[in-house]
Design a protein around this ligand. Structure first.
Ligand SMILES: [Zn+2]
Ligand SMILES: [Zn+2]
Length: 133
């Protein structure tokens, strides 16, 4: 009984949140399309008519809740460039917030921490010069 109530409550919250989110997205998209030219800011393709839905609003600071009416935080990007933009920033984020607990997948080609590890595992031998050649 109680569990059912909570489940319904959570579901309602979720749908309300999703609906509000959707409405907000529609609003800033409409506003962005009103004030910005219908051109992808990255690849410069023009969009109109049916194709217009491929043009999406990107938030320059990556905060989708930051929607100043003058459009200073918006950039219109086609879905491809938008994807690209986000996968690039995700990568950057992963690299900066990368700590030992999160290392699951090894970095195949370039590991900026590899050298550091090597340095840390080698004991400090500065005063054992007699062993050096
Ligand atoms: Zn594009
Ligand atoms: Zn974006």
């Amino acid at each position: 009984m109680a569990a059912g109530y909570w489940r319904r409550f959570v579901l309602i919250c979720f749908f309300e949140f999703a609906a509000r989110e959707k409405k907000m997205k529609q609003e800033y998209r409409n506003q962005a399309l009103k004030i910005l030219p219908w051109i992808c800011a990255k690849c410069c393709r023009e969009f109109s008519g049916k194709k217009l839905h491929e043009l999406t609003v990107h938030h320059k600071d990556h905060d989708y809740k930051n929607n100043p009416a003058d459009g200073s935080n918006w950039e219109l990007l086609c879905i491809y460039c938008h994807d690209n933009e986000h996968s690039r920033s995700l990568e950057a984020q992963w690299q900066t917030s990368h700590d030992p607990d999160n290392v699951k997948k090894p970095v195949a080609t370039h590991n900026p921490f590899g050298d550091l590890k090597k340095l840390l595992s080698v004991p400090d031998r500065t005063d054992e010069n007699d062993e050096a050649e």
